[in-house]
Every structure is written in C-alpha cells, then in structure tokens.
Design a protein around this ligand. Structure first.
Ligand code: MG
Length: 257
C-alpha cells in the first residue's frame, strides 16, 4: 500500500478525531486508581468517545473487542479489558485508545502510574515519554522514517532499556494502520522519506529489561518475555511545512500536549 498524503484541509479535518482521542485518553487516565478494573476503564472510554460524537476506532478492528487496549505492568500492548483485571497500588497501566470522526482516525496512548509506583517504574515512564518526544522531534519533512526510530532507540538503550521491535508506529488516516511502518529502532537516513502531508503514529514501546516479547493464546496480549515492566506512549502527528503538528491534542485544555 502506498503512503497516503493528506491535504492541509484533510489534516484540519483529522484534528477533531485527534482532539477526542486525546480528551478520552486524559479523562480515562484520570480514573486510573487502585481497585478499578480495566473493563470499567473501557466502559468509561467508550461512553466518552460516543458522547463526543466519535466512534471507538479500536472496537471491532481486526476483531478487537473493546475501545481501549489496557496493558498492565509486563503487558506491552493489546491487553483486552477485563472485569478480572483490577488495578493495584504500584502497577503501571498502558492505555491505548482512539476515535473515528467523519471517517478520520486518531490514535494515542499513555502509561499511567496506579497510586505510588517504584522509582524504577517512574524512570521507565519518564524515559519512554522522552523517547516519544525525541521521535516526534524527528518528524520533519526531509528527514526519514529511520531518523525517528534512531532517536527513540538511542535514548532508550542509553538507559539500558529494551526496544520492542515486533510492534511499531504507522501511518494514520481514514484507516488506523496505513503505510509507512514507523519502527522504534533504525538508522539515520533509513527507510522512507518524510514528506509534508504524511500523518503517522509515533509510539515507542520500551521494556525495563530485554526487548523480547511473547504473544499470548488469546491472540492479542503481548507481554515481555522476562516479565519486567513495559511502557507505551503514542501520539498521532502530521508532518507539515512548519514541522511536526500533534493531532491527538486538546487545544482548549489548560495543558495541551
Ligand atoms: Mg498506534
């Protein structure tokens, strides 16, 4: 599949899906606390997305049954929300969610602490978020997709962390997953040229231990092979003549990110 370039008008139209995706992620994140189940978080997300006039972008995608992916501790991505998964003090939870509005998709993720977490986990969260920003800074026309992965990998590995390779960022548009793939590893100048009008999800998945992953028998859940925690931060970003433009953001919120 070829990379689909978006016009300035199309990027403008994508902002509403991005805004709702960001708002829902923030509001669901605010509900993270010991004792809540990931199924409750999913229900909150779906309600909010529909209240805002969106459609849950994850629900039904490749058969996924929920509006969020909820991945706790050593779970990397694609955790299915469950009434049996109750958050406990000291956990971390990665929430990945998105909305479709007027046929356009927004996609974003954040890893939240549950109550007070260990210093090790706090460092993992801070570094993984910093990896995301390092990748976003490279999302500039004239750079290459490999520049993003290189920036993410360099920072993560400098802290001794493992970079997940089997799951990667991607183009976003009328489909959740478009070309190009955006790996979180690579070399400067490698892969596709970044051009104005490309919209991509930049989403480092960083493991406290080794990079190796295990896919579980439900066909969805992916965990670290060594059982150590993993974090995941993601934003949908447009490449514009003025640099990276984050679409999954809330312009009216007091702290837009
Ligand atoms: Mg994504």
């Amino acid at each position: 599949m070829a990379i689909i370039i978006k016009s300035p008008q199309e990027i403008e139209a994508m902002k509403e899906a991005g805004r709702i995706s960001a708002k829902v992620l923030r509001e669901v994140g605010a509900r993270v606390e010991p004792g809540i189940s990931t199924l409750e978080l999913d229900s909150i997300a779906e309600t909010l997305i529909r209240l805002e006039g969106g459609i849950p972008a994850f629900k039904g995608l490749y058969g996924f049954p929920a509006s969020i992916c909820a991945s706790v501790n050593e779970q990397i991505v694609h955790g299915i929300p469950s009434a049996k998964t109750i958050l406990r003090e000291g956990d971390i939870i990665s929430i990945d969610t998105g909305a479709t509005v007027d046929g356009w998709v927004g996609d974003n993720a954040w890893t939240y602490p549950v109550g007070t977490i260990s210093a090790d986990k706090q460092r993992l969260l801070e570094t993984t978020e910093a990896c995301m920003w390092a990748g976003i800074n490279e999302a500039v026309a004239g750079n290459h997709v490999g520049d993003i992965g290189h920036a993410v990998q360099k920072l993560a590995e400098s802290k001794g962390y493992g970079v997940v390779r089997e799951y990667v960022g991607h183009g976003v548009g009328r489909q959740m997953h478009e070309d190009p793939n955006v790996p979180n590893f690579g070399r400067k100048g490698g892969r596709e040229l970044l051009r104005v009008g490309m919209v991509i999800a930049i989403e480092p998945m960083i493991n406290m231990g080794s990079r190796w992953t295990r896919r579980h028998s439900d066909g969805w859940l992916v965990t670290t092979r060594d059982g150590k925690p993993s974090a995941h931060f993601e934003k949908t970003v447009a490449i514009t003549a003025d640099g990276p433009l984050i679409l999954t953001t809330e312009p009216d919120h007091e702290r837009p990110v």
